[in-house]
Write a protein that binds this ligand. Structure first.
Ligand SMILES: [Zn+2]
Length: 77
């Protein structure tokens, strides 16, 4: 299974927009709940790779249990 569900209420166009958006920007990383999968909204998606801090920004790569891979961004304050 590739993970994309058809019963999550999103049209194919909306999913495509999600994909483009997440490629560009990533999702926010929350210190308490981790990264939330943009497809199935599961919190604490598994981290596959953590990049070093680049200035005040840190990027992580995730693979959700639904099969979706995405990146998150943590901004230090
Ligand atoms: Zn997911």
């Amino acid at each position: 299974m590739s993970g994309l569900k058809e019963d999550n209420g999103l049209t194919a166009t909306q999913i495509k927009e999600f994909i483009e958006l997440s490629k560009q920007k990533g999702v926010d990383f929350n210190p308490r709940t981790g990264a939330t999968c943009p497809i199935c909204r599961t919190e604490r998606a598994e981290v596959t790779r953590t990049m070093p801090w680049g200035g005040s920004l840190r990027i992580r790569y995730h693979k959700c249990k639904c099969g979706w891979t995405f990146k998150s961004m943590e901004v230090s304050t």
